[in-house]
Ligand binder design. Sequence first.
Ligand SMILES: CC(C)(COP(=O)(O)OP(=O)(O)OC[C@H]1O[C@@H](n2cnc3c(N)ncnc32)[C@H](O)[C@@H]1OP(=O)(O)O)[C@@H](O)C(=O)NCCC(=O)NCCS
Length: 166
Amino acid sequence: MGGTRPGFNIDDATPQDLPTCGDIHRESFTQAWEDGTLATMLKTKGTVALVARARKPAGHPVRGFLMYRVAGPEAEILTIATARKARRHGAGRMLLEEMIRRCLADRLQEIFLEVDSGNEAAIRLYRSLGFAKVGEREGYYRQGGNEPAEDGKTGNALIMRLDLTD
Ligand SMILES: CC(C)(COP(=O)(O)OP(=O)(O)OC[C@H]1O[C@@H](n2cnc3c(N)ncnc32)[C@H](O)[C@@H]1OP(=O)(O)O)[C@@H](O)C(=O)NCCC(=O)NCCS
């Protein structure tokens, strides 16, 4: 797609971005967070929220976001989602690449995440960035995990890890 992609800028989320992030979260996951959850999470020590702003149109609307938490030498991805209408245009990859850059700059050693084992789109994206499966939990998402509102869910959670020390 190259030059035809609209492109995104990755920034730290501001409080004004949170309602849009909430909308994107609601259209992406079956268990939507309540209003205020994002803001509360952001106040937790070590939590970082990044947004992907469309370069066009003017106003640079938020089309995707990623939240992660740093604890000691590791980071954990709490959530990542791109607005349905903006998917497959590179926002998810750019958000993760920026997170990885920051984690490397902070000399972290590893990044963990959990993903439904049927979530092909996300797993492909994570694998392409070097994440590898390190474990699996059966039935995790059926027990109230935050599963994506997509077909192909299995209920099992893959635990994936990116080694930053390589
Ligand atoms: C997973 C998600 C964040 C990807 O965001 P995105 O902005 O569409 O991702 P990108 O455009 O950067 O895609 C990067 C790569 O991921 C893979 N990918 C993304 N969507 C895919 C799909 N529907 N099918 C197969 N591969 C896909 C491809 O390898 C793609 O690279 P390519 O377009 O060059 O082939 C998005 O699909 C989403 O919000 N899903 C719902 C929420 C969710 O499942 N979050 C993850 C929970 S762990």
